[in-house]
Design a protein around this ligand. Structure first.
Ligand code: ZN
Ligand code: ZN
Length: 148
């Protein structure tokens, strides 16, 4: 399976979709391009973005595209506690996330060791551990300034 590279240099959406065995449609292309421009967007944010350009795109078709992309490994879904799911195209590494508890802003944090699982647990209970997802929580600079 083909995986997209980072958004800044991502190949044409249609090529990526085809490479993943997905039929190329106007709404799928729009969803992919929206995520390339806005990493860590929620489904609603993607829909709001696309609604401007393709007014006849339904919210459901955006949700469907995101779920197809996730199943095809084109998109990574992150589910921060108490927040809407976010989606991103950066799938080919084990990076973590830093999330603002004030405004919900999300930043990428590179994996501390460069590969999964980033953290070694004190005990594995006999499991073959494959990944460790770390979420850092804090206040972004503008929320921190407001709180001060
Ligand atoms: Zn903030
Ligand atoms: Zn990320």
């Amino acid at each position: 399976m083909m995986t997209p590279s980072l958004p800044a240099t991502h190949p044409a959406a249609a090529d990526v979709l085809r490479g993943a065995g997905l039929r190329v449609t106007e709404s799928r292309t729009a969803v992919f391009e929206s995520l390339a421009a806005r990493p860590h967007a929620s489904a609603d944010a993607v829909f709001a973005d696309i609604e401007q350009k393709l007014p006849r795109t339904s919210r459901q078709s955006v949700y469907n595209a995101l779920s197809d992309f996730t199943a095809a490994g084109l998109v990574r879904r992150i589910e921060p506690a108490g927040q809407p799911m976010r989606f991103e195209l950066r799938v080919d590494d084990n990076h973590h996330h830093l999330i603002c508890t004030g405004c919900g802003a999300v930043e990428d944090i590179d994996c501390a060791v460069g590969h999964a699982p980033c953290l070694t647990p004190a005990t594995t209970h006999g499991y073959a551990i494959s990944t460790a997802e770390v979420t850092y929580w804090g206040l972004c600079p503008s929320c921190a300034a407001e709180a001060a």
